[in-house]
Design a protein around this ligand. Structure first.
Ligand code: 13P
Length: 236
């Protein structure tokens, strides 16, 4: 399974390195074999020799150049980063990234062979508009995306479940994941208020290949427990 932490705008470089060390120690001490991904804040990226895959939360579709406030490929190459998160709802809805821009970014990093965690998910009004409208909205987020890309991971994160403590029912998660699996056979993660208290039941669902965790992942010991849950389920 894939257990991923999106640290968002939290943890400095020193804190991130300590965090990664704690997780790596745990993985080693328990011989865990899950795929663990961590996305630190941009300025907390650093060299990493652990078994954890460190990825960027964002980067511009460029090697370098004049794009104030952005980073490009050279900044990722400095730390041998080959993994990127694209289409997170906070970038779509707070920073205003459009599907067209995301497709450009996706293609740029795809052509470089990056592992891409591509996020989709509906805001509350689309969920409330009913299943058909909701699925149409989510489908529009697949437009222009190569769903057969070999290094693709998709994360379904309902916008209204992110950072709110609310989650769809387990039945809903399984139902939506089953539909989304018809669009792409790429591993499909669930994200949105995953906590140490609900991670196990989410991970146990059919067509859930892992989780993408925000706030709860900031506690290294909680994130470690989630990796262990996945290991337990895998070995059943
Ligand atoms: P929370 O786990 O804080 O709801 O955030 C989820 C998320 O956005 C992960 O990318």
């Amino acid at each position: 399974m894939i257990i991923a932490a999106n640290l968002k705008t939290n943890l400095t470089r020193v804190e991130t390195n300590k965090y990664l060390e704690e997780i790596e120690d745990f993985i080693k001490s328990k011989n865990l074999t899950q795929e663990v991904l961590v996305f630190p804040a941009m300025s907390s990226l650093d060299s990493n020799e652990s078994s954890i895959i460190v990825g960027a939360q964002n980067a511009y579709a460029t090697k370098d150049g004049a794009f104030t406030g952005e980073i490009g490929l050279v900044h990722l190459e400095e730390f041998a980063i080959k993994t990127i998160l694209i289409g997170h709802s906070e970038r779509r809805h707070i920073l205003g990234e459009t599907q067209e821009e995301l497709v450009k970014k996706f293609n740029y990093y795809k052509n470089l062979g990056f592992k891409i965690v591509y996020c989709v998910g509906e805001p509350l009004e689309k969920r409330e508009a009913g299943k058909i409208e909701m699925m149409e909205y989510i489908s529009s987020q697949y437009e222009g995306i190569d769903t057969e890309y070999e290094n693709l991971i998709i994360a379904y994160e309902p916008v209204w479940a992110i950072g709110t403590g609310l989650t769809p029912t387990l039945e809903d998660i399984q139902d939506i994941h089953t539909e989304l699996k018809m669009k792409s056979t790429a591993p499909l993660l669930y994200g949105g208020s995953v906590k140490v208290t609900n991670a196990k039941e989410v991970l146990a669902l059919q067509n859930v290949d892992g989780i993408l965790v925000g706030s709860a992942a900031l506690y290294a010991e909680h994130f470690c427990s989630m990796i262990e849950f996945a290991q337990e389920l895998d070995s059943k």
